[in-house]
Design a protein around this ligand. Sequence first.
Ligand code: COA
Ligand code: ZN
Length: 301
Amino acid sequence: MEKVWVRDVGPRDGLQNQKQVLDPEQRLQLIQALRSAGLTQIEVGAFVSPRAVPAMAGSDRVVSALANTAGEFSVLIPNEKGYDLATAAGARHIAIVVASSETMNQKNIGMSNEQAFRFAKTVLTRASHDGVHASCYIATAWECPFEGSINEDIILQQAEVLIAAGAKEIVLADTIGAATPQQSATLTNRLCREFGSALIACHFHDTRGMGIANAYAALESGVRRFDASIAGLGGCPFAPGASGNIATEDLVLMLNQQGYDTGISLADLATAARLTRQLLPGVGVAKSTQWIERQIEKGAL
Ligand code: COA
Ligand code: ZN
């Protein structure tokens, strides 16, 4: 069976957009439940301004509590200060965030495109010197809520710059969930051909219900790395119209049924999803939840 890597970004992308703020112990409980389901890649926090994103305050405590735990625990970095704080806390995997457009970079990290890519290159150089694994999000890779649709050539150029600077992975983020399956296919096809699929990951939001179709289109183009959030949590406070990520349950179910090896247990994911809803009352269910719960009742999962 061919391997597909699924990274749960719920403890970061999911929690950053919740009104209710979880404390580091509750965040760790969620992370442990995801680990128990077989997830080895989890985005566990963000080193951002606590005024900008209150839910990510205390990410240093989350990272240091995981110091001796097996797994790749990434944290989002919006500037060099974030890198300093993350590495001081012991982070070994970072996810730099830059956006495709000038306006989104300004709204999200308070930088122009030029400043954003300069920051990314500086941090990539430092990370490679420090032996820290660095991936790069390109936010709004298909459509920007402020500037509209993004030309594919721009994303290719940006990916090339980031890879040349040392990025170990480019995460194409459909931040507002506006891509179509066709657009997902064409961009991922070009990137996989240009840079090889080992360097390309996709991060889809499900605003228009197209997230799994977009993931499937990317899978068919050769992408083998995907982000998703337990229970479909997620959203960007700085991108109007962004809703949750594709749910990890839906993605893993699709991949399992298509015959890929994710190493993730659907039954244990359902347990993590129940915990998510317990910690965050009001959070909805994934599209596949009812079916998964029925299989568990029948003893089929
Ligand atoms: N971690 C913690 N604090 C930070 C920080 C970081 N990475 N970067 C800046 N700060 C602090 C500064 O020290 C300053 O604090 P002070 O007012 O107590 O002195 C305050 O934040 C403002 O700093 P400034 O440099 O003026 O930044 P800003 O107000 O322009 O905000 C960001 C820029 C990037 C820090 C802020 O917009 C941010 O954190 N955005 C988060 C983006 C995000 O998470 N998006 C969702 C994921 S895609
Ligand atoms: Zn996202």
